[in-house]
Design a protein around this ligand. Structure first.
Ligand code: PMP
Length: 310
């Protein structure tokens, strides 16, 4: 994955060149990991020369919800954030697939782990080109992490807090150093939660199973989309706790997320999943997902915001 930052950034209320978007080393969010962020994808359709951003309002709604957990807020609504994002995309004129990173932070420089008196956050939005984050055509080799997932009553995974990604880094880095593509977290009580930055689905006996929203997951927007696409195909979906050993005996496993999109898993802890090839349910949902995001199907067109620029 090669990221190339696009030249313009929304910062302190204006669109400015990337090099001008800087905060101080004394910034409270930098010191205490209290950033709230989002990650959206934009898809470039080469044939049609169209650019579509995926589920923009859902991403901003989740970001504002994360702020609410902190008892913090922005001066902007999700609609205003979406409009600003479209303006920024027009300014950057991407001609390849891209990723948008809105990042809300506390502008205070007072040292103390509290947001009291500094509840109004600033937001910056920047963009980069992004192709596949992990391969979507070759099966992934993943491991169950020895690190447990953080929990709702400690550092809530439902919120997309920058500091929470230390948990992800510990798991992902150990997995990569051990030769795997990605790590899968268990909760402290031993249930499968999610990947370092992806939700997880397994298929057993033609039933699509994913941990529920109350299982210390980030409530993924790709996850929600896959559940909706499965419903359109009469694929039975169960949101329930998953045991570690169910991973080993699943017929199919795939990971979902804005960056990863829909990527299938070929092995977990060196145990081959199903036939070791992409399974039929994964294949079908992956195709539907890509057809949707590239605007190749009329269905679910409302998930896309087309950005037109000359
Ligand atoms: N879980 C975690 C921990 C993540 O960071 C992400 C990526 N945002 C996801 C799941 C997937 O969420 P989404 O589909 O909204 O990108």
């Amino acid at each position: 994955m090669i990221n190339k930052y696009l030249p313009y950034v929304y910062f302190e209320g204006k669109i400015v060149p990337l090099g001008k978007a800087k905060v101080s080393v004394t910034n409270k969010t930098l010191q205490y990991g209290s950033g709230v962020f989002s990650g959206l994808r934009g898809y470039y359709n080469k044939e049609e020369k169209t650019v579509n951003v995926f589920r923009i309002e859902d991403h901003y709604k989740r970001m504002l919800d994360s702020l609410k957990i902190l008892n913090a807020r922005l001066k902007l609504s999700s609609k205003q954030l979406a409009d600003l994002t479209i303006e920024l995309v027009k300014k950057n004129k991407p001609a390849a697939n891209f990723y948008i990173r809105p990042f809300a932070y506390c502008p205070s420089e007072v040292i103390a782990p509290t947001l009291i008196g500094n509840e109004v956050f600033d937001v910056a939005i920047y963009m980069m080109t992004m192709d596949d984050y992990l391969p979507v055509d070759k099966g992934l080799s993943v491991c169950v992490s020895s690190w447990n997932r953080i929990s709702d009553n400690a550092l809530p995974p439902r919120g997309k807090f920058s500091g929470a990604y230390v948990n992800s880094m510990l798991a992902r880095d150990d997995a990569i150093r051990a030769g795997f593509n990605e790590a899968v977290f268990l909760s402290a009580d031993g249930h499968v939660v999610e990947g370092s930055a992806e939700n997880i689905f397994i298929v057993r006996d033609n039933v699509l199973i994913t941990p529920p929203a109350t299982a210390d997951i980030l409530e993924g927007i790709t996850r929600k989309s896959i559940i909706e696409l499965a419903g359109e195909n009469d694929i039975k979906v169960e949101e329930r706790l998953i045991d570690r050993t169910e991973l080993y005996i699943a017929d199919e496993i795939f990971l979902t997320g804005t960056a990863v999109q829909v990527a299938w898993v070929a092995e977990v802890d060196k145990r081959k999943i199903g036939s070791g090839k992409i399974g039929p349910i994964t294949k079908k949902l992956q195709k539907m997902f890509f057809d949707t995001v590239y605007g190749k199907t009329e269905k679910n067109k409302n998930w896309l915001t087309e950005v037109v620029f000359k």
